[in-house]
Design a protein around this ligand. Structure first.
Ligand code: ASP
Length: 588
């Protein structure tokens, strides 16, 4: 027998045709001396009727099969009698009357149901991932990801970008994420590193004159895993020459806009994407990856917080801190318990506390009423736009603590009030990001994005004297509270690159040893260039409306960095270790 037809394509117009279907038994039921089997493949489900008066042999096969058996059935397409049509099934107008059937392979009972939605423990899903991927929603996720990647490939190819593969075995790059290393058998004691991104190669492709490069690139980072980050991930990586920030933003935004309009069922909230400086994002949303699907912005009331006996505010004001607030609309009636829950979020983010101010019909309800006059409280509410029925939540602390605490409380309010529309994608750009951040562990400055990022010209005079003040020609694209990607205009002159290396604590000798190839390349006519990388796992996760990137990856690792299906990672035997010149000195 040969599969002539998929399980998703037969319609009433096919009545009378003899076809052969092959697939998995999705469901089997007996009814009035007949057996009905729903046969499933990637394309759909078709109902097959086994009737002993048509074929007793086929009937015998039908009696033996169980869910997930792989079978082949030859039969005749018949239109279902009126009243038996199943409008929920694409093939619901017809059924296949079996003339002959064959079991191609039996199946054990699967560890979880495949033919109906079920909550299944994630470890079990990953251990039997090949069964998990048979489930409808996982197949849809894989399909969506395929369509998204195909769309992106064509979009950039149509605009004269070349997709160029860069190596997976590369040289270790200090200063970024922790890298995976691969021992060289041929060069004892030496190691390749897996790329955390194709950053240096794509810059070298610009030196090579490619001008428009992209790649659907695999990247590797030996970091602790979270729901939105994996050990290995895929990004749309691109780089262009003779461009400024505006060009990269426009081309990326163009692709993302067209992608959302064409793939997946989500709607764009903003066209064009709003742009916020890093400082603005921190100020208004307390994070550099704001969820802009809703307001509830953080507002400043520092200037209205002083002049009373309220010691909490006074102490913060004296030490140069801030007093800021958000307004939770309609939440004035929150119970003490609910307010405590919110306060715990703020303290978990480092704040010493949070002060509530409820606008009840008969007046204010707040610990502040003991210290602040009603007039002042009204002034605060007017400033914040708080109305009767609202709950004001105030945090007083150092600016970064206020930002993180209120940023998290804002998200929780958004969740509680259902303000995050799951059908909407709110993309935005974050620009003017600080170039460097202080690494207390290393006691040195480090690049916030990466050390190849160019700097905003007017900040250059402070590069050596006040690195913390220097902003980068860097931009991040965020969506619904996730950082989706980021990029920058690059340094393309040796002299500035060397200055940056020095700021981040590298000696000239170290810089030469690690990045000599790049520095030398910059001496052979390097065009000004810049680019960006956008995470495909996260992007498709948002397009599919999923909460974890693992739903978008065929074979992901668990959060503890293992693969339950194969058991990776696994130890090597001493003999295998000897071949690659390694000895393991300790096991946990
Ligand atoms: N290589 C950077 C990253 O992976 C992106 C870029 O600067 O283009 O984050």
């Amino acid at each position: 027998m040969h599969k002539t037809t998929t399980c998703g394509e037969l319609r009433a117009r096919d009545a009378g045709r003899t076809v052969t279907l092959m697939g998995w038994v999705n469901r089997r039921r007996s009814h009035g001396g007949l057996i009905f089997i729903d046969l499933r493949d990637r394309w759909g489900v078709t109902q097959i009727v086994f009737n002993p008066s048509v074929s007793s042999e086929a009937m015998a096969v039908a009696e033996e099969v169980r869910p997930e058996y792989v079978i082949a059935v030859e039969g005749v397409v018949e239109v279902r009698p009126p009243g038996m049509v199943n409008p929920n099934l694409a093939t619901g107008e017809i059924e296949l009357v079996a003339k002959s059937a064959q079991v191609l392979n039996p199946a054990k009972t699967p560890p979880f149901p495949i033919n109906e939605p079920a909550e299944v423990d994630e470890y079990l899903r990953l251990k039997y991932r090949y069964l998990d991927l048979r489930r409808d929603f996982m197949l849809r996720n894989l399909e969506l990801r395929h369509r998204a990647v195909r769309f992106i490939r064509e979009w950039f190819s149509d605009r004269d970008f070349l997709e160029i593969e860069t190596p997976i075995l590369t040289k270790e790059t200090p200063g970024g994420a922790r890298e995976f290393v691969v021992p060289s058998r041929i060069h004892p004691g030496s190691f390749y590193a897996l790329p955390q991104s194709p950053q240096q190669y794509k810059q070298l492709l610009m030196v090579a004159g490619i001008e428009r490069y992209f790649q659907i690139a695999r990247c590797f980072r030996d970091e602790d895993l979270r729901a939105d980050r994996g050990l290995e991930f895929t990004q749309l990586d691109l780089e262009m020459s003779f461009v400024d920030q505006e060009d990269i933003l426009n081309i990326t935004e163009g692709c993302l806009t067209d992608l959302v309009d064409n793939v997946g069922g989500k709607k764009l909230l903003f066209r064009p994407f709003p742009r916020l400086t890093y400082a603005e994002a921190m100020d208004r949303f307390g994070t550099d990856k704001p969820d802009l699907r809703f307001g509830v912005e953080i507002q400043n009331m520092t200037d209205l917080a002083g002049g009373t006996d309220f010691r909490v505010f006074n102490a913060v004001l004296e030490s140069g801190g801030q007093v800021k607030a958000i307004v939770a609309p309609g939440c004035a009636s929150y119970s003490r318990r609910e307010i405590e829950d919110l306060t715990r979020i703020a303290t978990g983010a480092g704040a010493k506390g949070m002060v509530p101010l409820a606008l009840l019909p008969h007046g204010f309800h707040s610990p502040l009423t003991r210290f602040f006059s009603d007039t002042r409280l009204q002034e605060i509410c007017d400033r914040l736009g708080a109305r009767p029925g609202d709950l004001v939540l105030i945090v007083a602390d150092a600016p970064d603590v206020v930002a993180t605490a209120l940023g998290e409380v804002r998200l929780e309010i958004g969740r509680r009030l259902g303000l995050m529309d799951p059908n909407v994608l709110a993309f935005a750009w974050i620009t003017h990001v600080p170039a460097f951040e202080w690494n207390a562990e290393r006691n040195a400055w480090q690049a916030k994005h990466h050390q190849f990022t160019s700097l905003i010209d007017e900040d250059l005079p402070y590069l050596e004297s006040e690195p913390g003040r220097v902003r980068a020609k860097q931009y991040d694209v965020v969506c619904n509270g996730y950082e989706l990607g980021g990029g920058s205009i690059r340094i393309h002159r040796r002299e500035l690159q060397e200055r940056v290396f020095r700021v981040i604590g590298m000696t000239d000798a170290e810089a030469n040893e690690k990045f000599g190839h790049l520095l030398e390349a910059f001496e052979f006519g390097t065009p000004p260039h810049g680019g960006i990388a956008v995470g495909i796992d996260r992007l498709t996760m948002l397009l599919a409306g999923q909460d974890s990137i693992r739903e978008m990856i065929a074979f992901p690792k668990t959060q503890s960095a293992t693969e339950p299906m194969t058991g990776a990672p696994t130890p090597l035997s001493p003999a295998e270790l000897a071949i690659i010149h390694l000895a393991v000195t300790s096991h946990e």
